[in-house]
Ligand binder design. Structure first.
Ligand code: HEC
Ligand code: HEC
Length: 83
């Protein structure tokens, strides 16, 4: 019984770590650009986003995934408070 419990906890822990660390790769939505509408209002192209968010030369917080495409699909939630 004790072993079974440990196994369940371990499996839960792995799933939890996976879910958080790899949110982007599971297709969940990222922080919305609407949190800072003044900066992002007229920006739609990936190339433009990367001018400010590429980790090599960031003017804002660097993106953990500079090779992704369609930034706006994941970073444009109506609910601007989403973190
Ligand atoms: C498949 C959906 C998806 C795409 C496409 C995507 N992102 Fe993200 N992005 C995320 C998620 C989810 C996070 C949060 C990562 C985490 O918490 O582990 C994130 C995090 C970020 C962050 C860090 C935000 C913070 O709160 O510090 C930046 C900056 C960012 N993305 C920029 C971009 C840029 C620029 C592009 C286009 C080149 C892009 N993203 C494409 C889902 C996506
Ligand atoms: C003119 C430069 C610039 C452009 C272009 C730009 N950003 Fe930003 N972005 C910033 C800055 C600066 C911040 C940080 C604002 C702050 O924290 O006050 C930011 C914040 C963010 C955040 C939230 C990070 C957080 O944790 O609050 C995300 C996500 C993001 N940008 C994604 C994008 C995406 C996607 C695009 C393209 C549609 C884009 N940005 C275009 C400069 C830019």
């Amino acid at each position: 019984m004790n072993r079974l419990l440990k196994l369940i906890l371990l499996a839960g822990g792995i799933l939890f770590a996976f879910g958080c660390g790899y949110k982007a790769y599971l297709g969940l939505h990222g922080t919305s650009v609407r949190l800072h509408p003044d900066i992002h209002k007229s920006v739609t192209a990936d190339r433009e986003c990367l001018e400010c968010h590429h980790p090599d030369n960031p003017k804002g917080p660097p993106t953990p995934h500079p090779t992704f495409t369609g930034c706006i699909k994941c970073h444009n939630d109506e609910n601007g408070t989403k973190k």
